[in-house]
Ligand binder design. Structure first.
Ligand code: ADP
Ligand code: MG
Length: 369
């Protein structure tokens, strides 16, 4: 078991900066998800931790041991780092049986045959692969193959698991099942895990904490609740959640009745503690970006909280998308557009005017950059 620590790590490929000044601490036994869009530097970060890539600057520690520091000429090769990496493509040996695929890393390390047999069977049992041990990879389903790849990582009992989008080649249904299985397995084993994905649902459901990256830079690190409820910036607010957070141009105004988000067409009253923060940040009188998630805008007919004139707006129903379990409703008020997520029972129809309630507890204000 181990902690992993990156201190001001940079990675350049020529002039291109793939990872920029990344500081990250992964706790012992933690499941940390690195989340971000394609090309943001997730794989590069993982490869630097594995020792497959050398940082340009900065330090990497595994369990308090400095494994990379170009400034000091320190670079510990992958096989001495005691980490196991699981890739998106399972990279199984096609000519070997499941048993031999799982046993392979132990054979390489010259583990005695009896010990190998014991550990392979243990891992196979854990992953539900016992009855497939004599099959070849081509005789397995995608999910079973992915489990063999996991088995090969687990059998070594490494200090750290590094997983690079390991579920992305599976179909949607299997992905959901494997998501839960993998999480359970990690809890059971208690091995520090860094898990890379561009899928925010995977990140939210699996991570003890999530590190959100964009364009090589860490945007925010926190629990799923932190990044969802308290996004640090518009990137995080827009990347996590579906449909995405509404961003609306607004100005913060104060009068004798309180502090308001003014949209021209209508205005919404901030709660007292929000008003306090806005005053402290000196945002009263400023143009800002107002953010609110579609699930935090309610059909007034169904809403619990009705405070007319303070958190309500009249809106025109442009489009209703019925997803069965819920309705995605595209609304407009003058030239302001926003999206709401209503329960399936909602009877809104396109072309109608309705009252919507903004759950101001859930509203975010971002400074204009
Ligand atoms: P992600 O895994 O988040 O999709 P990567 O870490 O694979 O992103 O890549 C980050 C950026 O670095 C991309 O723009 C990619 O093209 C670039 N990159 C990755 N590896 C190399 C390399 N060996 N040489 C040049 N550019 C690279
Ligand atoms: Mg990648």
């Amino acid at each position: 078991m181990a902690e992993v620590r990156l201190v001001r790590v940079w990675k350049q490929f020529g002039d291109f900066t793939a990872v920029k000044d990344l500081t990250l601490e992964v706790k012992d036994g933690e499941f940390l998800v690195l989340l971000g869009p394609s090309g943001c530097g997730k794989t590069t970060t993982l490869r630097m931790i594995a020792g497959l890539e050398e940082p340009t600057k900065g330090q990497i520690y595994i369990d308090d041991k400095l494994v990379a520091d170009p400034g000091k000429g320190i670079f510990v090769p992958p096989k001495e780092r005691d980490v196991a990496m699981v890739f998106q493509s399972y990279a199984l040996y096609p000519h070997m049986t499941v048993y031999d695929n799982i046993a392979f890393p132990l054979k390489l390390r010259k583990v005695p045959k009896q010990e190998i047999d014991k550990r392979v069977r243990e891992v196979a049992e854990m992953l539900g692969l016992t009855e497939f041990l004599h099959r070849k990879p081509r005789e397995l389903s995608g999910g079973q193959r992915q489990r063999v790849a996991l088995g090969r990582a687990i059998v070594r009992r490494p200090k750290v698991f590094l997983m690079d989008e390991p579920l992305s080649n599976l179909d949607a249904k299997l992905r959901v099942k494997m998501r839960a299985e993998l999480k359970k397995l990690q809890r059971q084993l208690g091995v520090t895990t860094i898990y890379v994905t561009h899928d925010q649902v995977e990140a939210m459901t699996m991570g003890d904490r999530i590190a959100v990256m964009n364009a090589g830079e860490l945007q925010q690190i926190g629990t799923p609740e932190d990044v969802y409820e308290r996004p640090a910036n518009t990137f995080v607010a827009g990347f996590i959640g579906s449909p995405p957070t509404n961003f609306m141009d607004s100005s913060v105004v104060e009068d004798e009745n309180g502090v308001w988000a003014d949209f021209g067409e209508f205005r919404l009253k901030f709660l007292d503690d929000q008003a306090e923060v806005l005053r402290e940040k000196n945002l009263v009188g400023k143009e800002v970006i107002f953010g609110i998630r579609p699930e935090d805008i309610y059909d007034a007919l169904f809403a619990q909280v009705k405070i007319p004139g303070e958190n309500m707006a009249r809106a025109f129903v442009e489009i209703v998308e019925n997803l069965g379990g819920e309705k995605i409703v595209h609304l407009s008020a003058g030239d302001i557009n926003f999206t709401a997520k209503f329960p399936a029972e909602s009877r809104v129809v396109e072309g109608q005017e309705i009252d919507v309630v903004f759950d101001m507890k859930k509203a975010h204000v971002f400074e204009k950059g």
